[in-house]
Design a protein around this ligand. Structure first.
Ligand SMILES: [Zn+2]
Ligand SMILES: [Zn+2]
Length: 237
């Protein structure tokens, strides 16, 4: 399209992985990066979806050592370069437009699973208001709304709320993280809709699973029967 060509020249699209300008007409990521991104391979943890080394094991270390109340996870990539660099730019350096590539890729890979699981609603892991003010955008919500558009499964914005502005998770050990996050979420006070039976939580990165666990407990206590999650990447941050 002529319009697209002009738009690409004025606002060149960048590769959502290496951030180089994409050739006119190309969307998403560049050719070089598409050969480098690391999709999760089998064998995988039956709970969180992380790659595991021993195919005789069902669960990874994190999932076998901690209570995980959600039903199953659908992460997309391993958290290694170029994905990890991309997510850092997405979260901390204003590259909010990467959400388009992330959301589309998740939908493309897992759409059929989401339909089979009977997911009725997509719920982004909420960001605290203070954090949102600082960052200017809600990264999980951006990804969730693209997944919602691509799958036509409605997004319930405001269903979950973050009540506590948790300390940066990096500085905490696993036990502290868990405790910190258990108290961080609640059902949104203004939410008046019905409680869906099956929900897909969306986050950018899954590390130990404490965030998803915190959200899951609140959702299940509110009557949601099955909780799944998806994330752009999984691994140690
Ligand atoms: Zn690239
Ligand atoms: Zn696991």
């Amino acid at each position: 399209m002529i319009g697209d060509i002009i738009k690409d020249a004025v606002f060149p699209l960048r590769c959502a992985m290496c951030d180089e300008v994409l050739p006119a007409g190309r969307r998403g990521i560049c050719k070089a990066c598409s050969g480098k991104v690391s999709y999760l391979m089998e064998p995988r943890c039956l709970k969180c979806g992380k790659e595991i080394e021993d195919e005789d094991e069902d669960l990874c270390m994190d999932c076998s050592g901690n209570t995980r109340s959600y039903d199953a996870g659908y992460p997309l990539f391993n958290y290694i370069p170029p994905v990890s660099d991309s997510l850092v730019r997405f979260k901390y350096h204003g590259r909010e437009e990467y959400a388009e590539y992330y959301g589309k890729s998740i939908a493309e890979r897992y759409k059929d699973n989401f339909f089979r699981l009977g997911i009725e609603a997509i719920v982004p892991v909420p960001l605290h208001k203070e954090r949102l003010k600082k960052r200017g955008y809600d990264q999980a919500k951006l990804i969730a709304s693209v997944i919602s558009r691509e799958t036509k499964i409605k997004m319930l914005d405001g269903f979950l709320e973050r009540v506590k502005n948790t300390a940066p998770q990096k500085e905490l050990n696993d036990v502290e993280r868990e405790k910190n996050l258990m108290e961080a979420f609640c059902i949104g006070k203004s939410y008046k809709g019905i409680i869906p039976e099956a929900v897909l939580l969306v986050d950018d990165i899954y590390t130990t699973g404490a965030t998803i666990e915190g959200c899951t407990r609140v959702l299940k206590a509110a009557g949601v029967k099955r909780v799944f999650y998806t994330s752009v990447a999984i691994g140690k941050v």
